[in-house]
Design a protein around this ligand. Structure first.
Ligand code: PLP
Ligand code: SF4
Length: 355
């Protein structure tokens, strides 16, 4: 039941962010809601999602059950990009709790990528040479139904900078590392104050040269790309790389485009990773549109991940054969740099494994 704890933690994070003096902007207010308010007001109840999008009532009872195992969580600005009345909308599919999740499937397990074996200190994962992954927080700005971390024991993660000390000490002690990846959950759920502190601590480690972040926040709540974020990213000695996570071109609306332009204008290297998902982006047209749109927004398509076989996500799986055919088709339609690397995470392997 870790995930209920995660959802409770999201509550706590959100309430810590909201100061009592803060008043909500009215519908007419020219002031856009802050990203913290977007978290607070995200949709968590299947009944509300059904109302907002006029979804078929027949799917609701199973959604209520599935969301008890892994809670629904979707910010309103993300829901606003969905087509009402369409249960097959590619954005909706990513957050929609379904009865299918309750079926067990052969080979789909709680820890498909071997994170438990790679954990070597609180919040630090070291699977590959030269780069270490720091789990900075267990919370996300959206709950993706296919997520390989849906069963991750997030309640064991460090919460204050003090609790990161063992991880920081381990990074400092290993001069073969040159890059640290801030991951989660979503590292951009932390305040810019915390992130600045963490970036300063990492920048003080002489052998590190790059700071990478894996985040979905610029996609789901583009207001997260605020001046304070740009400020500390530009201010660190480490070369910043931001890897976003978009799965469909419809996620990249005008506000997301503006947020990405802010990052690109600040000189930050932008990459995208996607997951190949049945019913979301398993058509050549969808993948082509996604890559084109990303490149136009100055984001390089980096990885297309084969789905990790996490329990509850079997209905998203696309066969490797079909995946390879899709990539072949993309090669004929796109410039070489716009074709993502189709990879899989194999427990024990020394890098992501090409399909
Ligand atoms: C994917 C991943 C990385 C980063 O791998 P790259 O191929 O450099 O993008 C690092 N650590 C862990 C644990 C990962 O899962
Ligand atoms: S944002 Fe990333 S880590 Fe969070 S639920 Fe989605 S896929 Fe998982």
């Amino acid at each position: 039941m870790e995930l209920r704890i995660v959802s409770q933690e999201a509550e706590n994070v959100a309430s810590r962010f909201s100061r009592p003096s803060l008043t909500l902007p009215s519908a007419k207010s020219p002031v856009a809601p802050s990203w913290q308010q977007s978290i607070r007001h995200a949709v968590r109840a299947p009944d509300e999602l059904w109302r907002l999008l006029s979804l078929p009532a027949s799917l609701l009872p199973a959604a209520r059950r599935a969301s008890e195992l892994f809670p629904l969580f979707a910010p309103r600005e993300y829901i606003a990009r969905m087509r009402p009345g369409d249960p097959d909308d590619p954005l909706l599919r990513q957050v929609l709790p379904l009865g299918d999740e309750l079926e067990s499937a052969d080979g789909f397990t709680a820890d498909p990528v071997g994170d438990a074996a790679a954990a070597c200190g609180p919040g630090l994962l070291r699977k590959y040479r030269t780069r270490a992954l720091l789990i900075t927080t267990g919370v996300c700005a959206i709950h993706c139904r296919y997520c390989f971390r849906r069963h991750y024991p997030y309640d064991e993660l460090p919460r204050s900078l003090d609790e990161w000390e063992p991880a920081l000490a381990e990074i400092a002690a290993d001069a073969t590392l040159d890059e640290v990846i801030l991951s989660g959950g979503d590292p951009l759920m932390l305040t810019d104050g915390r992130l600045t502190e963490l970036a300063e601590r990492l920048a003080a480690i002489p052998h590190l040269t790059r700071l990478r972040m894996h985040t979905r926040l610029p996609i789901v709540i583009p207001a997260r790309v605020c001046d304070a974020l740009i400020g500390w990213l530009r201010g660190t000695r480490l070369a910043p790389i931001v890897v976003i996570h978009a799965n469909h071109a419809a996620e990249l609306d005008g506000e997301v485009a503006a947020a990405l332009a802010k990052l690109a204008d600040a000189g930050i290297v932008l990459l995208n990773q996607s997951v190949l998902l049945r019913g979301v982006n398993d058509e050549a047209d969808a993948l082509t549109d996604l890559s084109r749109r990303l490149v136009d927004l100055r984001v390089m398509p980096y990885y297309l991940h084969q789905l990790d076989r996490v329990a509850g996500a079997a209905h998203f799986e696309v066969s490797p054969d079909r995946g390879r055919k899709l990539i072949e088709e993309l090669r004929t339609r796109l410039p070489g740099y716009a074709v993502p690397r189709y990879v899989q995470e194999v427990p024990g392997a020394e890098s992501k494994t090409p399909m």
